[in-house]
Design a protein around this ligand. Structure first.
Ligand code: G3H
Length: 506
């Protein structure tokens, strides 16, 4: 059970504590922030409303702990990460319970998120030992001078304090995808969880605590964005920000100053379907890509661009599969569960009403109860409808019929987003050409968009983000190259008898 057993020390009465200096603490504010269960719409958990002074304290501790951590051997850092991964997986049940209650993630997917996170941490430890243990050796030649007098040694050094801000939809997995690379690279880490998902994050952080990481190296502060949001992201003690979420990321990037940023923001991933596509495969992927976790994934298929000649057949196949989706509470492992907040549900409804007014074809009746929205396929969507461009982050999927591949690519590229996209065709040459033409960070051929496997590069163009993720890329991003150049005397310089004789032998 969440908040019991090994997790009992993170709970005080009805409120979860925050983590600073290797201890679980109550905020001096005396205030808490409530987390509403999306299914019951009642307060499920409370977390501390940390103050700016408490943020200052964790920054100070992080700075000091990092100095020692950077000198800790790589194998030791990796060993602690492996330990944290094992503890996390051992406690997958109580952490999954938090995910179910805070973000209404279906039961099986909640367990998968925790297990995937453990695997991600272990892989990060292994990868870090490999890539951080290597440096480069370069020798000067004819550029810019003409002598082999400079030997350059390079290595990767940590940045300092990394601020990690994961989103509500993967609070554990997208937190550890930042924590793991930061720590293995020798950085310290301050975590600011999303409100919905904060308690899952606190349980996950406790697994790192139990693994025995040094005090102050990892901190987790919870609270109101209005009090500590900008204060954290603009804090002079932060040396790097890794953020996943919505367009808040754009304002963070404007305010953050001259530090490395890793930003994964939204997406409007297009699914382009050609005439020769295997329509059963496409329909299965549209269901998985468009409706898993009720469409609340940045990589969800958010618009289908299908050639008119196969559109009727495809829509029929997708409709048949939509009818089989189980709608209900996450505890019952339903496919479609309540969306995360009432305001999200209201936003989604606004998109649906706009499409209705403008004449989209409803393949199912629109139905909503509280935050629970039934899956809806909207056919004959046109570019003047909001749903053609905006991301619903809900179980609503627009279908736009196209008359040429160029029309599909044009629609995809006209979006402000450029995260992923997919193309379905049996013609691999055509698929690769379409992939080249699509302005997105990744294109999947004959499968729905997805971030994983977690060691694959993952990046968005345009408003979808800055930098590239994936385990190796994140380790790279959270380090700097340090070079030391050994300058030998030039042959023309007299080095005395021993130097001259070595030179003459070369
Ligand atoms: O929501 C954003 C995530 O990065 C998507 O991850 O493709 O594994 O669902 P996923």
């Amino acid at each position: 059970m969440a908040g019991t057993g090994v997790f009992s020390e993170i709970l005080d009465g009805d409120a979860y504590k925050y983590y600073s200096d290797g201890e679980w603490r109550k905020s001096s504010s005396g205030k808490t922030v409530s987390i509403v269960n999306p299914t019951t719409r009642k307060t499920q958990y409370k977390v501390q409303a940390c103050t700016q002074e408490e943020v200052n304290k964790v920054m100070e501790l992080a700075k000091s702990a990092q100095k020692t951590w950077a000198k800790t051997p790589l194998w030791k850092r990796a060993e602690l990460l492996h330990e944290a991964a094992a503890i996390l997986k051992e406690h997958k049940a109580p952490i999954a319970e938090c995910l179910i209650k805070e973000i209404a993630k279906p039961a099986k997917d909640s367990v998968t998120e925790v297990v995937r996170s453990g695997d991600l941490i272990s892989y990060t430890a292994e990868e870090g030992v490999r890539i951080l243990g290597e440096g480069k050796f370069l020798v000067s030649d004819s550029f810019p001078g003409n002598e082999r007098t400079k030997y350059c040694l390079t290595s990767k050094i940590p940045l300092g304090v990394v601020l990690a801000i994961p989103p509500f939809n993967y609070p554990v997995n997208l937190a550890v995808s930042k924590i793991g690379p930061a720590l293995i690279a020798g950085n310290s880490l301050v975590l600011k969880p999303p409100t919905q998902g904060a308690v899952s994050c606190l349980h996950m952080v406790h697994c790192f605590h139990l693994a025995g990481f040094p005090k102050g190296l990892i901190s987790c502060v919870t609270g109101k964005g209005s009090e500590i949001g900008d204060f954290l992201t603009m804090h002079p003690g932060v040396n790097c920000i890794s953020f996943t979420g919505g367009d808040t990321g754009i304002s963070i990037s404007k305010k953050a100053g001259m530090i490395p940023l890793q930003m994964e923001l939204g997406g409007k991933d297009a699914c382009i379907v050609l005439e020769d596509a295997d329509l059963d495969l496409v329909a299965a992927n549209i269901i998985k890509g468009g409706f898993s976790y009720s469409g609340q994934r940045c990589t969800a298929i958010k618009v289908v661009l299908v050639m008119e000649s196969v559109a009727d057949a495809l829509v029929e196949k997708v409709k048949a599969r939509v009818a089989k989706l189980r709608v209900g509470p996450p505890e019952d492992d339903c496919d479609i569960t309540p969306v995360v907040t009432e305001s999200s549900a209201n936003f989604i409804e606004g998109l649906v009403m706009d499409a209705k007014e403008k004449g989209a074809t409803f393949c199912q009746q629109y139905k909503r109860e509280g935050n629970l929205i039934w899956p809806l396929l909207l056919d004959n969507v046109r570019p003047d409808m909001r749903i053609a461009w905006e991301e619903p982050f809900g179980p609503i999927l627009p279908v736009i019929r196209i008359n040429s591949v160029e029309e599909g690519i044009h629609h995809c590229n006209a979006s402000n987003f450029g995260l992923q996209g997919c193309v379905f065709t049996k013609d691999i040459n055509k698929a690769v050409l379409i992939s080249d033409a699509m302005e997105t960070g990744t294109v999947q051929i004959n499968s729905a968009p997805a971030r994983g496997p977690d060691h694959f590069p993952f990046q968005g163009l345009k408003d979808s983000g800055i930098g590239s993720q994936g385990i190796t890329n994140s380790i790279d991003m959270m380090t700097k190259v340090k070079t030391t150049v050994i300058n030998l005397p030039s042959p023309s310089y007299s080095m005395g008898s021993s130097g001259s004789s070595i030179r003459s032998r070369i």
